[in-house]
Design a binder for this molecule. Structure first.
Ligand SMILES: [Zn+2]
Length: 104
């Protein structure tokens, strides 16, 4: 199967979104600390601590991840990928495309 390359320029995030992500990261971090404290001091149940940890880790993940749309070079259909992706397979034509990220 032929392999195509696509070069994507990383978009700069608007300032408001950067602040939002910063807040998310803060909530995530304090949630992780709080969850661990809760588990360590046995004040809450393990389920509670686990739930808080889960939510905290998810918000941390969201704050670190960026998504961007790419256009498949073979069939021109759009796909949403996150910026840690180096390879993506188009859902429509199933052709693999390697992604080269370029800094703006
Ligand atoms: Zn495609």
């Amino acid at each position: 199967m032929e392999h195509q390359d696509v070069v994507i320029i990383k978009k700069k995030l608007p300032f408001s979104l950067l602040i939002g992500k910063g807040i998310m990261a803060l909530i995530g971090l304090s949630g992780v600390v709080f969850g661990i404290m809760l588990a360590a001091t046995q004040q809450g149940s393990m389920v509670q601590a686990f739930m808080i940890l889960m939510v905290a880790i998810i918000s941390l993940g969201i704050s670190l991840l960026r998504v961007q749309t790419v256009t498949c070079p073979s069939c021109q259909s759009k796909a949403t990928i996150h910026t840690l992706t180096v390879d993506f397979e188009c859902r429509r034509c199933l052709k693999p495309t390697s992604i080269k990220w370029e800094k703006p």
